[in-house]
Design a protein around this ligand. Structure first.
Ligand SMILES: Nc1ncnc2c1ncn2[C@@H]1O[C@H](COP(=O)(O)OP(=O)(O)OP(=O)(O)O)[C@@H](O)[C@H]1O
Length: 436
């Protein structure tokens, strides 16, 4: 997912600025020199360029990354077309007010906005990375994320498309000890097969035709931070072995190069595919799967937390109101209708429905404005979607399909192996296609 590649950039208004406090802000960069006071009467240029007023020496920060300054009402940050984006509480923004307590991200660099003269304090325990939702299933997931954030191990995020896996990855990064390091997101589903190696590990100049310049790979860019590998199931099979080697040796060699480079990276990966089934079918390496899923988090779809839908809609309405500079209101009827609807594209689909409605209609938005295509099948009619059909073929094929069924039922190969009382490696071997 793609907060970083979304077509729409929000002009976010995270909280209404309180002029009394909003004008007395400082930026806590976690430096020994203490927070940098933000002068409401002055615009400062923030970036990695030597000439920047506030220089941040970080490879993910652009030379002229953002501008921060007062406009008489409060202090704002404005992205200046940076490569890796400006984030407020985990949401990519073009422009946003800064208020005490918000987490400002410049590329992979993180800083906290604090009230001037206030000593930096840990953020109150609100949902991390601006993730909205109060339902028990969602709060359980957040509790898991918080617990895992402090650990160094790899995390696999599983969940349907649009459920917030990238936000969850950012939360793992932002709430953990690597928060000051870079967060680098790579969408494995969007990289042409021939470029994978170079994207992940980099290449030296002249490594292949067209490689006129050296390229720093994602692993090196994520050094001391987090590498988010989205759509990990799309990683071509031959690359899976290479990725495994890098994870085991903690060293990368750029394409065409000889020099190994040590890397210290936490890998968080995500998939909306039934990855255990892909492992069972021999399409995803079992050993890599185990490497990536030391810890796993299931990000619930909206179908599992319909009670959060009104809250999410109200949150997005407030964001859009700030962007459009006019109120965006939803009727109670619209909120009720949304709660009873299915959203296969989950939160992304929900937000886009509101965005479309708010762009077209000025007044309060009812069900008809929000869902002009008419009612969808109510949420409760969603039947079982992907029951595994066991083929009536050869004994070997049926045997494998039944094992796959056990893996899916159990939720992981490890659990399935425990249920069958066989070592994990044995189950992996049985599941290989050639074993059928
Ligand atoms: N809990 C949440 N609260 C507020 N906004 C959310 C939440 N979860 C997701 N979003 C928003 O929904 C959109 C989709 O989220 P995200 O890209 O993280 O999903 P994803 O699961 O990674 O999607 P994909 O599988 O398609 O890559 C984003 O705009 C994100 O900001």
């Amino acid at each position: 997912m793609h907060a970083s590649s979304e077509a729409i950039t929000l002009h976010l208004h995270p909280r209404h600025p309180d002029p009394a406090r909003g004008l007395a802000l400082a930026l806590d960069l976690d430096r020994a020199s203490g927070p940098v006071v933000l002068d409401p009467a002055r615009l400062i240029l923030v970036g990695s360029a030597r000439s920047a007023d506030l220089r941040i020496d970080d490879p993910t920060v652009s030379a002229r990354h953002a501008r921060i300054g007062g406009d008489g009402h409060g202090i704002m940050v404005e992205d200046l077309g940076s490569t890796n984006g400006t984030y407020v509480d985990g949401v990519r923004v073009q422009r946003a007010w800064l208020t005490p307590g918000v987490r400002l991200g410049l590329g992979g660099f993180r800083a906290t906005v604090v009230a001037r003269d206030a000593s930096p304090r840990p953020r109150e325990r609100v949902n991390p990375s601006g993730m909205i939702g109060s339902s028990p299933v969602f709060q359980d997931m957040l509790a898991r994320l918080r617990k895992f954030a402090g650990l160094g191990q790899a995390v696999l995020l599983r969940g349907e498309t649009g459920t917030g896996k990238e936000l969850a990855a950012r939360a793992l990064h932002g709430e953990g000890p690597r928060a000051g390091g870079p967060f680098v997101a790579v969408n494995c589903g969007a990289i042409p097969e021939g470029l994978f190696e170079s994207e992940l590990f980099g290449h030296v100049r002249g490594a292949f035709t067209g490689a006129a310049r050296a390229h720093v790979g994602a692993f090196v860019r994520a050094h001391r931070g987090t590498l988010f590998l989205d759509e990990i199931a799309e990683l071509p099979f031959p690359l899976q072995a290479k990725l495994l080697r890098v994870l085991e040796t903690r060293r990368v060699v750029p394409v065409g190069g000889e020099q190994e480079q040590a890397i210290d990276v936490r890998v968080v990966s995500a998939t909306h595919q039934p990855i255990e089934r892909l492992v069972a079918e021999g399409r995803f390496r079992c050993d890599l799967y185990h490497r990536l899923s030391v810890l796993a988090v299931d990000v619930p779809g909206l179908g599992e937390r319909p009670d959060d839908i009104p809250e999410l809609l109200s949150h997005f309405a407030a964001e859009l109101a700030a962007e459009f500079g006019r109120p965006v209101q939803l009727t109670d009827e619209a909120l009720r209708a949304a709660r009873g609807r299915r959203f296969p594209g989950n939160i992304r689909e929900l937000r886009n429905a509101l965005l479309r409605a708010a762009a077209v209609h000025d007044g309060p938005l009812g069900p008809r404005e929000l869902f002009p295509a008419g009612p969808s099948a109510p949420a409760s009619t969603a039947g079982p979607t992907d029951a595994l059909a066991v083929p009536r073929g050869t004994y070997a094929a049926m045997h494998r399909s039944l094992l796959e069924l056990v893996v899916r039922e159990a939720g992981s190969i490890r659990k399935a192996a425990a249920r069958l009382d066989v070592p994990r490696s044995t189950l992996c071997a049985w599941l290989k296609p050639e074993a059928a």
